[in-house]
Every structure is written in structure tokens, then in C-alpha cells.
Design a binder for this molecule. Sequence first.
Ligand code: APR
Length: 244
Amino acid sequence: MSDTEVKKLVEALKNSNNTYVLTGAGMSTESGIPDFRSQGTGLWNDIDPIKYATRDVLLSEPEKFFQVTFKRFVSLVDKKPNEGHYVLSELEKEGIIKGIITQNIDGLHQEAGSKEVWEVHGNIKKSHCMECSTAFPFEELVSQVETKDVPECKNCGGVLRPDVVLFGDPMPDDFFEIAAELKQNCDFLLIVGTSLQVYPVAGIAELGIPMGIINLDSTPHDIKAKAVINTKCSQALKQIKECL
Ligand code: APR
């Protein structure tokens, strides 16, 4: 880890009054959840997400969606926050960061104690009926998918779906409000564990907000960042916290 980049990031955090954090799947790999695009280990290495994790597939071939994509999502739920999640929660308590915008659907930021968390791609633990909108617990979908191809609503027979944003789904209503709020009020954006390849979330890195990036691999936005640390997030975040 480059000491110079850590120093630059620490300085930027010290000089900022309104720091927000944007996280992606790399935040949770140290909790045992594979990310999507890392070579060799990413969740989408052996399947094309455009063929499985889409709204179209859910609507037209729901059995394919539930037996492949949903079962992969299910593997997230017994995982625990890692040290990086806990550092971010402490930084919020200390007033160093204001909140977290996460693309992750695993709920681990909240489990680590973070309070201001915007799950812009939803949360795997929530689900609803696509016909009558009744909410169902996650366990209901899991148990149904073990015995049949597609989980159904007990009230109306409609297909149930997890409350996660699939390719082709609209973003949650408040996403664009969050982006506008960041553009107006955020004076430093700490980006952690995302390849910044998926829009519209990656567009947050294009709002002109000064930013720092912690990610194992390079991202298309490194060039514009004030500091780039290519190390595991837990290690980088711990070091940053010690220096603050
Ligand atoms: N520490 C730091 N970075 C890491 C770590 C780690 N321990 N582990 C992995 N990474 C980095 C990888 O180098 C990679 O660049 O995290 C990044 C994760 O990128 P992606 O797999 O593309 O995940 P993400 O950016 O969150 O994907 C965005 O794509 O498929 C959709 O909806 C899905 O929310 C997801 C979105």
C-alpha cells in the first residue's frame, strides 16, 4: 500500500465536512461473498448476467432466474461483516463520514452498525409479489425455491421476486435525489470496492465531486481521483482510520 496515497486520502478526509462513501461488491469479498467481475472469482465469471440477472429473464423465464441467479444471491445471507464494514461504521459514529451509498444487496453495512445507508440496488432479504405487491420474508422464497421452480404468492398465486435491482429494472425512486444531494452537498466521495462499470451508479463518480478510490484493480475513474489505493479495503480502511 502506498503511504503517499494513504496520506493524500487522510488529508482529503480531514479537510472535508461532508464525506460520503460509495461501496460495491469488493467491500464484501473479505466476508466471503464473491464480487461480480474480478477475474477467476467473480460471480459473473461463468455466466453472463445479461442472460440471467435481468428483468426480462425474471418475467419471461422465471425458473431460469430462480434456479440460477436467485440461488447465487441466496449464498450471501449467512455472511458476516468484515473489518472494513466495521471501520466505516466507526467513521460514521465519529462524524468523519455522513453516509454510505451501496450497490451491495447483502445488508452488511447495517449489520456492522452503519446507520445512513442507501441500498441503491435493493436488499436480498426483502421480496414482494409482482401481482398484489404483498411483502414476503426472504425465507419464504428460499423454502419455495427448494421444492419448486418458481416461488408463488400465497394470496394470489403471482410470482414473488426479491427487492433487488436487476438489469432492465428502474432504479429506486430516490436514487436520482441521492445523486442530486451528493452533487450539491458532498465535498469528498470515498469510493470502495467497485469496478465503476455499471451505470447509473458509476455516474456518481462523474459528478465532479473530489474523490478517493480504494479498489484492488484499477477503475476507469482513477485518473480523476485525488488518491488511489490498490489494496484490500479492510487493510486500507484500518490504516486510514489509524492516521486520522
Ligand atoms: N478490497 C478492495 N477491492 C476489492 C476487493 C477487496 N477485498 N475484492 C474485490 N475488489 C474489487 C475488484 O478489484 C473489483 O474491481 O472490487 C471491484 C468489484 O467490482 P464488481 O465485481 O464489478 O462489483 P460492483 O462494482 O459492485 O458491481 C456493480 O454490477 O452486476 C451488477 O448489480 C450488480 O451491484 C452490482 C453492480
